[in-house]
Design a protein around this ligand. Sequence first.
Ligand code: HEC
Ligand SMILES: [Cu+2]
Length: 350
Amino acid sequence: MKGWMGKIKALSLLGFLALILSGCGKENLTALVPKGYGAEVSMDLIILTTVVMLVVFAVVMAIFIFVLIRFRKKKGQEDFIPKQVEGNHTLETVWTVIPILLLIIIAIPTVLATFDLADETEASDSINIDVTGYQFWWHFDYQGEDFQTSQDIYIPVGEKVYFNMLSSDVIHYFWVPSLSGKLDVNPENENTFYIEAYEEGVYWGKCAEFCGPSHSLMDFKVIVVSKEEYEQWVADMKNVDPDEEPESAVAVEGKELFQENNCMGCHAIGSSPVQTGPNLTNFGNRETLAGVEDLDKDTLVKWLLDPEEIKPGNKMTDNYPALNKEDAEKIAEYLLQLKHTDITSESAEN
Ligand code: HEC
Ligand SMILES: [Cu+2]
């Protein structure tokens, strides 16, 4: 009786954990529900290898259980020795050839998929985005367009978009689980692959290579919109006037403080080839701050007063004059009104 109680307790604990942990993931942050070509190809391979492994497991277990029962020591036959099969050529051939066949079944689609996903033949006619990984944020430069973005990438649905990746410091790893496989982002040697999204939406991306204290906070979003919305977004981004005067008086003061406090040393508003911090041109259009926190005024002020608390080890901490709360609020007011387009993650979600 007692043993059963223990089992029931263990099972309910397991069920409870499964319930809680299933709430951990963000929407569109799983390779198990593919929404793009690369992720779909990967998922097919996951299913294939899992089926092969399950078949092997089932067959081995069946033989194992059969042997356990069939060759049990029986009463009155204590000294009986079954027929010995050591060195049996047929058996050895069978259990060498079967694994080779299974590996071939797995290897052929895997190798074909690897070449398929690395195919660059259409790159010159497609959208190309140069990606740079920084500790602990991402920068995106749209080739042939005179603007850059950080944290959020906008792409059109149903098109191959090529990503050319380099790191400015350590090795990072570009991964949008719902849309694509992953790719190393090295300080040298550009790596290229493409993403083709099937559905509009906001897809979370992650750095998948341990790169420092805030590695797990190095998130980005791929915002997939319709072709028309994408073109509108590009046009809006090209038309940004970085010197535009903010409307409210507080934001005007904030803009001055932004210029006085060395922020421009690292952050560009408008197009700039050099960056040491995220490009803030369309900062007010983002949903997240530094890629991870929900963006609102309080969180932004908290960031400006002490970025370390939100992202340990980030490269902004202590590299600008300490701000008082009042000034931080004015700067926040200025940054939050940096909105230059109506195309946002909401366009993708509708
Ligand atoms: C030494 C360079 C440097 C200076 C100076 C600097 N920052 Fe930063 N800033 C960074 C870096 C690097 C990040 C990205 C941190 C991360 O996510 O790891 C960042 C992130 C930010 C973000 C979040 C951006 C996003 O895309 O979500 C804001 C807002 C910001 N800084 C505002 C400011 C303001 C305002 C000032 C001036 C008071 C300032 N920064 C000065 C380097 C700098
Ligand atoms: Cu990283």
